[in-house]
Write a new protein. Structure first.
Length: 356
């Protein structure tokens, strides 16, 4: 009887051991639980991964009403430490797991310089499944296809994505119908130079369908006069929504056409009159748009603008232009105007590309 009891106890222990999740199982559970990609994790974690995960109790991941209680923060890049190339390849296509598992597995392969990335991109770039993307306190909704394109683009420097394939991927994101305007494409559009009529027509088509700053900037680089009204319309929307102004000013910074000079004056007067809300971000772009014009005109315009602001009645957001002027980096700033119109908020004279 004792022997039978011992055998039964042994079987129970063996079964219990078999049911204990492996460290990889725990990692996949955590990724499925969060379904997000933390872009702030720029390192790879290979130290003590197993010992850390062995201490993880999955019951810690509990819902309390609308709150989530988790006692331990596990870096998502631990997946890279736990898997072989073959395991990661399987996870890239594992539809039984969350979108984050597929994306993080692909990211791990890209970081290893795996040479089969392009096929995975072609298989997944149309995947519009959503997940959270970001880091720290800032998160947004992303798409699986966009993340595959983005991580593949970053792998180009490692030689596992060719220049030709990388350019083709950019075109796929731009010309494929029925997919959202991916974050990946928006980042590309910010600096996309003019290519040909096909690209121009597609960018214009997308802008008319879904106006955004990045598309307007790309459109402006073609210097087509029939697009001036697009930018002008956005610039004159400052009484409605401030993002319209940001789009227009970013477009003017890449295409400083004389057509906008009078409209910049009108915007300047609205800023001084306090009609722009808090406006610091928009005013920073306002200065960069002005400085995109020839230096002599821009210098005179800013001198006049700063003088008008200094004489204006004090309002809640007084000195927006001068404060933004002192905080403006990355462009040539007239240092004589910095000294002529000091800011109460910023007394430093450190400006990238400063110009006496």
């Amino acid at each position: 009887m004792k022997n039978l009891f011992g055998i039964l106890l042994s079987l129970l222990l063996i079964t219990a051991c078999r049911n204990e999740p492996s460290n990889l199982d725990k990692m996949l559970f955590i990724l499925d639980y969060y379904n997000c990609v933390d872009l702030s994790e720029d390192g790879h974690y290979y130290y003590n991964v197993d010992s850390i995960l062995e201490q993880v109790d999955l019951s810690e991941y509990q819902h309390e009403g609308n709150k989530v209680r988790v006692h331990r923060r596990i870096p998502f890049s631990f997946l890279d430490s736990l898997c072989t190339d073959e395991q990661l390849k399987e996870l890239v296509y594992a539809k039984n797991h969350s979108a984050s598992v597929r994306v993080i597995a692909f990211k791990a392969l890209a970081s290893r310089g795996y040479n089969g990335l392009e096929k995975m991109v072609l298989d997944n770039y149309k995947d519009t499944t959503t997940l959270r993307v970001g880091g720290g306190d800032y998160w947004w909704k992303g798409h699986v296809g966009s993340m595959f394109l983005s991580f593949a683009s970053g792998a180009r420097s490692r030689g596992c994505i060719s220049v030709q394939d990388s350019l083709m991927n950019d075109s796929l994101a731009l010309f494929t119908p029925d997919i959202p305007l991916y974050d990946f494409l928006k980042e590309k559009l910010k600096k996309m130079p003019p290519v040909d009529d096909a690209h121009y027509n597609r960018i214009r088509e997308l802008y008319i369908k879904e106006p955004c700053e990045e598309l307007l900037m790309a459109l402006a680089r073609y210097n087509k006069t029939n697009d001036l009204e697009f930018i002008a319309a956005e610039l004159e929307n400052f009484n409605l929504e401030e993002p319209h102004i940001e789009s227009a000013l970013s477009a003017i910074a890449v295409w400083p056409h004389p057509f906008f000079k009078k409209k910049l004056e009108k915007l300047r007067d609205a800023i001084i009159a306090g009609k722009l809300g808090s406006g610091m971000r928009e005013v920073d772009r306002f200065i960069k748009a002005v400085m995109a014009y020839d230096y002599s005109w821009a210098h005179q315009f800013l001198d006049t603008s700063l003088a008008l602001e200094s004489k204006a009645p004090k309002k809640k957001y007084q000195a927006l232009i001068v404060d933004a002027f002192h905080h403006c980096y990355g462009i040539k700033i007239p240092m004589d105007l910095i000294k002529k119109y000091p800011s109460k908020q910023c007394n430093c004279l450190y400006h990238d590309g400063g110009n006496e």
